[in-house]
Design a protein around this ligand. Structure first.
Ligand code: NAP
Length: 506
């Protein structure tokens, strides 16, 4: 670990601001000292990326695929050093580190397979009809081309899969865009190790210098400068609504506005029907207690909102969910700041009118550890009070008890955009679910049936995104093969000589 920035293949630490990461389990700073990138280093990283772009974008897909596969191999070669650094910077267990590493490597290999052929570019050929009346039809051939240098911001809660070599970086490199990562300050060491793997892979596979850079930052300024830089052509962000929106606005104010694909917070509504509660309330409570507390609730797909219709069964469910959740031991959060935000946001929601705390974990709690909390309110209170719609990032959920189905539908349609919605129902109710499905579909990117929203499969048919503020552009997914389309634009050749066309357009 050097604590330095990667400016292309070179390590550099010319700045004056330094910082350390934090181990929330031991409540102490980690030893490595990181140096924030200064203006000169930001400029060098972007200039190198802009120089690398024309070379990188024109490499055959198979060459870029070899680069992605080499990154995966180099990440695995970091072995225990990476796992231990990840654990020391997040308080997350080793099993989670290894699972996330597996997903990260899997994503890189998935994009490598995708770009082995040029099908991802959606080549579309409209041949000419010279004798068409009243006007001849020209020959048009369309395909997707990369946008240019991309800046990637990673999330605190996914130091591998949504960070340095995570889904945004993997898909942007696959598309032919050089990447500059604004390293997340909470896991700068994990970020530097992964950056070293990318730099090694780039040199080994003959990629142009500047295809990748990793810039340290102690605060928001480095990220802001990158988004404002005229040579940056797109931004990938995973994090809070406040952060994503600030960067989206900044990109919109540029002389040349650029797209910001921000994946942000979500409360992921879950609708539980009356018959499901009648038949299996205790089982659902147990499943949901695990989902709400999984990874200390630090998932963007955490079920933060549960919706049902008032009944004795729903009251029993609320009690069961409270007692099952509070039985689960308090767990470490990623950072003292995230823990403080959890406490403050949880207290703010719980203190709203007509809102009641059902249960709080009451065992021993160490520093930076979160007590899970289940709260409940009425449909009427939820409809009137937007503060109850706020994401509480952590092991927290609010059960909304609606008067009837009409109120339930109003609650769903009054929600902000969400990543997911879930329906828990029995087969004899399926035919009556249409209004709920329709209303939910308008608000979310994915509906889960009789399951939990936590856990995002990486595959072709996955949609990870949703109407604002779940994401800033609901037309795209941030996970799976289709996420590559965020970094490309359609382009057409008209009446081009055959010999000047790329082979897949001939
Ligand atoms: P965060 O506080 O927004 O930080 C994310 C990154 O953005 C950090 O590098 C941060 O830099 C930067 N940033 C924040 N505000 C900024 C601003 N105004 N200007 C420039 N840069 C800014 O979020 P986090 O704590 O890492 O992540 C937790 C949140 O992410 C939760 O809300 C969770 O739901 C969401 N999340 C969403 C998804 C998804 O796929 N939709 C996945 C995972 C997490 P500094 O740290 O230097 O301030």
């Amino acid at each position: 670990m050097t604590g330095k920035n990667y400016i292309g293949f070179q390590l550099s630490a010319k700045g004056e601001t330094t910082y350390r990461t934090f181990n929330p389990k031991t409540n102490t700073e980690n030893s490595a000292l990181f140096t924030e990138a200064n203006d000169h280093e930001i400029e060098s990283a972007v200039a190198l990326a802009a120089e690398a772009f024309p070379v990188f974008k024109n490499l055959p897909g198979a060459k870029r695929a070899a680069f992605l596969r080499a990154i995966a191999d180099e990440i695995l070669a970091l072995d225990d050093t990476l796992v231990q650094t990840y654990c020391n910077e997040t308080g997350l267990p080793e099993g989670r580190a290894k699972g996330e590493r597996g997903r990260t490597v899997g994503q890189l290999r998935m994009f490598a397979d995708l770009i082995e052929t040029e099908d991802w570019r959606q080549p579309t050929i409209d041949t000419a009809i010279p004798d068409r009346q009243p006007m001849p039809k020209p020959d048009l051939r369309q395909f997707l081309i990369p946008l240019g240098p991309v800046v990637v911001f990673g999330a605190s809660n996914f130091p591998l899969a949504y960070s340095t070599a995570g889904g945004d970086t993997a898909s942007a490199l696959a598309a032919g865009c050089p990447v500059i990562v604004k390293s997340h300050p909470m896991h700068a060491g994990t970020g530097e190790l992964v950056a070293s793997a990318i730099a090694k892979a780039a040199e080994k596979t003959g990629m142009p210098n500047g295809v990748f850079s990793n810039l340290n930052s102690a605060g928001i300024e480095v990220g802001q400068k990158l988004v404002q830089h005229p040579k940056v052509k797109a931004v990938g962000f995973t994090g809070s609504i406040r952060g994503g929106r600030a960067l989206f606005d900044l990109a919109g104010q540029r002389e040349e506005p650029i797209p910001v694909f921000a994946e942000m917070g979500s409360i992921n509504p879950v609708v539980i029907t009356s018959n499901a509660l009648k038949n299996r309330s205790a089982e659902i409570a147990s499943t949901y207690a695990s989902s709400i507390t999984l990874g200390t609730g630090q998932f963007c797909t955490n079920p933060g909102l549960i919706l049902g219709i008032e009944s004795p069964e729903l009251s029993q469910f609320v009690e069961d969910l409270g007692s099952k959740t509070s039985e689960i031991d308090a767990q470490c959060m990623l950072h003292p700041n995230i823990h403080q935000a959890y406490e403050a946001n949880g207290a703010a929601v719980s203190s709203q009118a007509n809102t009641e705390v059902v249960a709080v974990h009451d065992g021993p709690v160490s520093e930076n550890y979160a007590q899970s909390k289940i709260t409940t309110t009425s449909g009427a209170a939820f409809l009137q009070n937007k503060k109850l719609h706020t994401e509480v990032f952590g092991p927290f959920s609010l059960v909304v008890q609606c008067k009837d189905e009409s109120e339930l539908l109003r609650v769903i349609s009054g929600l902000e955009g969400q990543l997911t919605g879930t329906i828990i129902a029995e087969p004899d109710e399926y035919r009556q679910l249409e209004p709920v499905i329709d209303t939910l579909q308008d608000r979310v990117g994915r509906i889960i049936f009789n399951g939990v929203p936590t856990g995002v499969e990486v595959c072709d048919a996955m949609t990870h995104g949703g109407p604002y503020p779940a994401s800033t552009d609901s037309r795209f997914t941030a996970v799976g093969n289709h996420s590559i389309k965020r970094w490309a634009r359609p382009f057409s050749y008209q009446d081009f000589p055959e010999e000047l066309l790329p082979s897949f357009l001939k």
